[in-house]
Design a protein around this ligand. Structure first.
Ligand SMILES: Cc1cc2nc3c(=O)[nH]c(=O)nc-3n(C[C@H](O)[C@H](O)[C@H](O)COP(=O)(O)OP(=O)(O)OC[C@H]3O[C@@H](n4cnc5c(N)ncnc54)[C@H](O)[C@@H]3O)c2cc1C
Length: 528
């Protein structure tokens, strides 16, 4: 069952705000867009469904990649990005990411952002599959927080930017394949409102919460994928979900990310017997790309060599460990693990969506006046696998770029747009928490690191059954809308994974172990 809207109403009867540019989401991509638009004197409304800081950006640890160290070049950064993307990257997009990325990070430095230094010079760290040390970081392992707070401080001061926290975007206002804004729910007061805009930028991040095991914060429920899909935009390569190999794996503890830069500084993966095992699976060892390391961990577990996998930092100088990874150290200590003395139990978890809403090099989607940036978009920079620390960079670069074209959109005439969905009768009470955890278990089991026709067909069948009563429901609050968006995102991942009958990068089919030639994208669009 497909619905084009989650609610049915006449937005003309709601309180209405108008602006030149509506931005949905307050991670790095949304904030970069807001600041760029405000600098061009456009009036901006930025809505975000939780506190302003609540985003994947805030929790990013390792850093942001930029070819700024002596001896490094944007071309070398581009070559590494293309290699990891395994034939599915858009070369032009990668060229823009790496060239404009260096300049954009340099601008942040010029504005005074305080990346970590060693002996007075910026400290660039190493991460998997990078050929140079090019990762800038902040507060040791809290780079996202540094960036988010730096951008928020500027946005809060800017008179052109009106910020609305706790405002959840439910549906886009679209007519004749044009987007005119969104209907949002003010979750503090339970009030709906309509925001009309000449252009709308979706910067809603990813959807790790769709999976049982994830590094993502609670806000990452795939709302932007589902909003754009319902509005008729094309989504591309949704099966390309990246599983981060090393998250803390302890009963009852959050799946806290143990950043790749920990391995960049020399930490090693070991099995229960204390043996290094990565070289058995890949010559690049512990710094192989994330998809390779995640699969290797599962293979090692399956080979019965070990029931547990650990990340070992015991051979590293304690001063380096404490200086570089203070937050990881603090969190682990809370669960009785001293990271300089004890190996850390780790497992892979869903981390990042390479696919998303298909956009051109300026963030324009297939729906006029609708732009998509950051993790919600598919610009083509990540291909089949994302190079570590390229995601914050993508949000920064393409968040800024989209604004130029968005502000080219002419002013719109007010038009009556009705949100409609079929009337449904509620037949049974729905336990949202149970539904949510059933969905997360299904995705982890059937759409995880290894996939097959059998697992995918079973997922499609179960999701279809759930859609019949969950998408048919008319919810009033954020949790219900999020569940509907998670279900739609799970459907998009499943259909992409069924369509991709090959193994490439993050998408591995045990029944199709080889790569197709030439590489191709999968695309999905809801008939409007
Ligand atoms: C633990 C962790 C560590 C990471 N470490 C790194 C790293 O070191 N380097 C790197 O490059 N990348 C890293 N990543 C990935 C990176 O952080 C994200 O891909 C990136 O921050 C995404 O930015 P974004 O602006 O697109 O989305 P986000 O930062 O996720 O922001 C999305 C925003 O949209 C809002 N939103 C969502 N839905 C709605 C809705 N319906 N209505 C209103 N608002 C909505 C959210 O509340 C949030 O404010 C990490 C990710 C995680 C989870």
């Amino acid at each position: 069952m497909r619905h084009h809207n989650l609610i049915s109403l006449d937005p003309g009867k709601l309180p209405e705000l108008r602006c030149r540019l509506l931005i949905i989401g307050s991670g790095i991509a949304g904030l970069a867009a807001a600041l760029t638009a405000a600098a061009a004197k456009a009036d901006v409304i930025l809505v975000t469904k939780d506190k302003l800081t609540e985003s994947a950006t805030f929790y990013a640890q390792g850093g942001i990649a930029a070819a700024l160290m002596e001896g490094d070049t944007p071309a070398a950064h581009a070559a590494d990005t293309l290699k990891v993307g395994q034939g599915l990257c858009d070369e032009k997009a990668v060229e823009i990411l790496t060239r404009e990325g260096s300049a954009a990070v340099q601008r942040l430095i010029d504005l005074g952002i305080n990346f970590d230094r060693l002996d007075g010079k910026f400290h660039f760290t190493m991460e998997g599959a990078h050929s140079h040390r090019r990762i800038l970081h902040g507060n040791g392992d809290a780079t996202g927080r540094l960036l988010e707070e730096f951008l928020i401080a500027q946005a809060r001061q800017h008179p052109q930017i009106a910020i609305h926290e706790n405002h959840f975007a439910i549906d886009l206002l679209t007519i004749d394949n044009q987007c005119h804004g969104a209907v949002v729910l003010d979750t503090d007061y339970g009030r709906l409102m309509s925001i009309r805009a000449d252009a709308t930028i979706l910067a809603t991040g990813g959807a790790g919460q769709v999976f049982r095991e994830t590094t993502n914060p609670a806000v990452s429920t795939g709302d932007g994928f589902a909003l754009a899909y319902r509005a008729g935009a094309v989504l591309r390569d949704m099966e390309m979900t990246q599983f981060h190999p090393t998250t803390l794996y302890l009963a009852g503890a959050p799946r806290f990310l143990i950043s790749e830069s920990v391995r960049g500084e020399g930490a090693r993966l070991i099995n229960e017997k204390g043996e290094h095992f990565m070289e058995k699976y890949d010559e690049r060892g512990d710094l192989a790309p994330r998809d390779v390391v995640s699969r290797s961990i599962f293979k090692e577990l399956e080979s019965k060599q070990s029931a547990e996998i650990f990340l070992d930092l015991r051979h590293l100088p304690p001063a380096l460990v404490h200086g570089r990874f203070p937050n990881i150290g603090k969190l682990c200590a809370f669960y009785g693990i001293d990271i300089v003395k004890d190996p850390i139990p780790v497992r892979p978890a869903a981390h990042y969506f390479m696919g998303g809403v298909k956009v051109d090099l300026d963030g324009q989607s297939d729906v006029a006046r609708l732009f998509v940036v950051g993790e919600t978009s598919s610009t083509g920079v990540h291909g089949a696998n994302r190079l570590a620390s390229n995601s914050l960079l993508e949000g920064l670069v393409f968040g800024q770029r989209a604004v130029r074209r968005a502000l080219d959109c002419a002013s719109t005439r007010w038009q009556r747009i009705l949100l409609e969905r079929p009337e449904t009768e509620r037949s049974a009470p729905l336990d949202l928490n149970d539904m949510r955890s059933s969905l997360k278990s299904l995705t982890w089991r059937n759409l995880g690191v290894f996939r097959s026709a059998e697992l995918l067909a079973a997922a499609e069948k179960t999701i279809g059954m759930w859609e019949r009563y969950v998408l048919g429901e008319q919810f009033q609050a954020r949790a219900g809308f999020e569940l509907q968006n998670m279900l739609t995102t799970a459907r998009l991942i499943t259909m992409g994974a069924i369509a991709r009958k090959e193994s490439r990068g993050a998408h591995q089919r045990v029944d199709f172990p080889g790569e197709d030639d030439p590489p191709r994208h999968t695309e999905q669009r809801m008939e409007v």
